[in-house]
Write a protein that binds this ligand. Structure first.
Ligand SMILES: NC(=O)c1ccc[n+]([C@@H]2O[C@H](COP(=O)([O-])OP(=O)(O)OC[C@H]3O[C@@H](n4cnc5c(N)ncnc54)[C@H](O)[C@@H]3O)[C@@H](O)[C@H]2O)c1
Length: 344
């Protein structure tokens, strides 16, 4: 097992990579614990849960809403949860985002931690202290920054994910490597087979390296004023693809990264060979590198993305593979760049 620490203005969090769900009880403060999980995770792993009360939510982005949060508040009230209650989220990014938000707001804040059960949530969603839900079609627009006390990343639990869910996790890992870790990029290239089949030593190294990247960024800028924005590489356009094409987050980010790198090429920041190398890596992990989307739909979705300041759009571009820069464009300039790159 490997451990890492996040020390942010929003709290301190310990990440345990390779810890087993069966040991979760050792991290909990006694009896007064409520578990929040989803139906899938409960069906698969109920037998390994700590023996505490369980609240179950549904699955999918459509349940990541204030209605789900309100139902959970009601259930917590019914079971007389109070300030001493500890919330344990067991699940992927959706469970962690919701459980963290409920814990941070019920009675002005309860202690909480996660057992993170998808690759995407282990390397990204459960680490970093962003908790929240979607509202009126805007992703994660209602939420808080607040660190979980601990995150347990049980690598054995990844074995029940589908191939597509594993690939989607790799989209965010490739992103993390592309913005700041050329060594991880090399490792992903040379260990594809072992990585996709979740070979223990290989997946442990990859999850650890990715969490090192994420925690280093969060330690510098936990409230996303500057450095943390780089983690949005591939997301400006990715969110737009997700909204209009209803593709999964990982697939949307994969194509978003390719387009952001094409824009980097257009701006003279990266070589053509580096773009080709990134495309090959994304393909190796069974992810798409291109979508067909009406450019007006794309512009409309970008205009409505909450991450856009009214006067400009921020793109995360690559200044060579392994180094990201945040660049601001007027909407008109961004439109021109997208038009130049969308059809390639
Ligand atoms: N807070 C953040 O910083 C942050 C960062 C990235 C993504 N996110 C959010 O994370 C969410 C996506 O996370 P996700 O991809 O984990 O999705 P998810 O939570 O929906 O999980 C995907 C599916 O896998 C199932 N599942 C979970 N663990 C499993 C396991 N071990 N075996 C088999 N099935 C399992 C779930 O029931 C679900 O059906 C999005 O809502 C996104 O906005 C948040």
């Amino acid at each position: 097992m490997k451990t890492l620490k996040i020390k942010a203005s929003t709290g301190t969090s310990k990440i345990y990579i390779g810890e087993k769900i069966e040991n979760a009880h050792q991290y909990l403060p006694g009896e007064n614990v409520v578990i929040i999980t989803d139906e899938n995770v409960k069906r698969l792993y109920h037998g390994s849960f700590p023996s505490n009360n369980i609240l179950t939510i549904g699955m999918g982005e459509k349940i990541k809403t204030l209605t789900t949060v309100e139902n959970l508040y009601g259930e917590l009230l019914d079971m007389e949860a109070d300030r001493s209650t500890f919330i344990l989220g067991i699940g992927g990014g959706i469970v962690c985002d919701i459980a963290g938000f409920v814990a941070s707001t019920y009675m002005r804040g309860l202690r909480f931690g996660f057992v993170s059960t998808t690759l995407l949530s282990q390397i990204d969603a459960s680490v970093g202290g962003k908790n929240g839900v979607n509202f009126r079609g805007y992703k994660n627009i209602v939420g808080v920054f607040n660190q979980p006390e601990f995150v347990l990343c049980d690598l054995q639990m990844l074995k029940t994910l589908s191939e597509k869910q594993i690939s989607c996790g790799f989209a965010e890992i490739i992103k993390q490597a592309a913005i700041c870790d050329p060594n991880l990029l090399n490792f992903l290239e040379t260990n594809r087979q072992q990585a996709l089949s979740l070979e223990n030593a290989v997946i442990e190294k990859i999850v650890y390296d990715s969490v090192v990247i994420k925690s280093a960024v969060v330690n510098k800028d936990d409230r996303e004023k500057g450095e943390r924005k780089k983690l949005n590489f591939g997301h400006t356009l990715g969110h737009a693809f997700e909204k209009y094409l209803h593709v999964s987050h990982g697939e949307a980010v994969a194509v978003g990264m390719v387009m952001a790198t094409r824009i980097s090429l257009e701006k003279g920041l990266i070589d053509h060979s580096e773009l080709e190398r990134l495309i090959r890596l994304i393909e190796k992990y069974n992810l798409p590198t291109k979508f067909h989307i009406d450019k007006n739909h794309l512009f409309d979705a970008i205009r409505k993305d909450k991450k856009r300041n009214l006067s400009h759009i921020e793109f995360i571009l690559l200044h060579g593979l392994g180094k990201a820069v945040v660049e601001k464009f007027s909407f008109e300039e961004a439109q021109l760049l997208i038009e130049k790159t969308i059809s390639r």
